[in-house]
Design a protein around this ligand. Sequence first.
Ligand SMILES: Cc1cc2nc3c(=O)[nH]c(=O)nc-3n(C[C@H](O)[C@H](O)[C@H](O)COP(=O)(O)OP(=O)(O)OC[C@H]3O[C@@H](n4cnc5c(N)ncnc54)[C@H](O)[C@@H]3O)c2cc1C
Length: 396
Amino acid sequence: MSGLVIEKEKCVGCGACVSACPSAALSMEEGLAVVDGAACVLCGVCVDTCPTGAISVEKEEAAGLDPSDWRDVWVFAQWEGEGFHPVTLELLSRGRALADSLEERLCAAAVGCTEADCAPLLDQGADAVYLCPALPAEYRAEPFCAAVLSQLIRAHRPGIVLFGATPFGRSLAPRLAARLGTGLTADCTQLDIDGESRCLRQTRPAFGGNLMATIVCPAHRPQMATVRPGVFPILTAGRRTGAEIVTVEPPVLPPPLTRELAADQAVQAAAGLRGAQVIVSVGRGIGVRKNVKLVERLAELLGAQVGCSRPLVEAGWLSYDHQIGQTGVSVAPKLLITFGISGAIQHLAGIAGAERIIAVNSDPSAPIFAQAHEAVVGDCVEILEEMIKILEKKPN
Ligand SMILES: Cc1cc2nc3c(=O)[nH]c(=O)nc-3n(C[C@H](O)[C@H](O)[C@H](O)COP(=O)(O)OP(=O)(O)OC[C@H]3O[C@@H](n4cnc5c(N)ncnc54)[C@H](O)[C@@H]3O)c2cc1C
């Protein structure tokens, strides 16, 4: 296991580490430093602070440096009690393309469900599902899944492991990366294979979203990334010949360090936007608050969901769960119509998955036009009024 190691022989009890620790994980007992493993985040500040070199961070063995030993693309299949989180199928869709490009297998890893529950994973093109059906009641899900997955990854050595950037995935993936001594790129908006090195190219917004960074992990395996729901579309796939479910035994674990006292089911914000086939989205170019009603009316007539850029949320004209972009929702509709949105990089990060974009903007040089499939240069209020007039006249 990874952890903080304090060599008693070297500790002089000066307390420098206790004062330096940002997570209050260190204390003095009988003149020696001791660590609270549950509080320690392995940041390493104490290692640098200790004047006698008594403290070190012990990592699990780095997961091997010969990339050719590590094959296949894996997706963590997030079981939600009654089905898989939709991001699982989105990742399998993208994972299939990555696996095909590497000429490797696509596999899913699932915990806590039955073989019958795994049918959608096979239908989405997985060559194999590694299933650990047991989820002992006394264990919290993330540590248990981390234990199962680290065992599976060591045994099967996948080259790539993908997670949904859901609250669960965001908690699980870093635990696993720390255990395996590998890297993790969070919130990717694009995943590709580098033809020459065969490395996973993991693209994500960086520096406050002002540029897109492409990150590779050449020296450690597996390459791990999280992707927010809605970034990749779910593509039609079929069952592969020979696709199989491999049932695995749960690992033997020490008694849990934590106990779950209560579970609170968080409301899935923006669920409507994420799965929407048609979205009508509005930006600052709409001018005044009352014009937002026009967008809502158009959405009603088209059977669409309403999205928006961040300034409208900041102005209080629409609630946060309508916000599309880097700090909002990522969407992947068949059709997205934008009205008065300029196309800032932080907004574009959320619409990369849209199949068809029609952008309306009065400025012919608006950046949104570079991403749009159809550009309409004009006044968005006039165009909205005209569209509503036409659709209202149309018989149902
Ligand atoms: C860390 C960070 C995260 C961010 N996250 C997000 C995010 O998740 N989502 C997001 O949207 N933004 C986000 N932003 C803000 C982002 O940078 C932009 O400021 C924002 O997207 C701009 O919104 P907009 O296009 O509506 O407004 P503007 O950039 O002001 O554009 C308005 C557009 O309307 C056009 N227009 C004006 N009048 C009319 C008219 N009558 N008819 C037609 N067009 C007209 C203009 O030509 C212009 O192109 C983030 C910023 C940062 C720094």
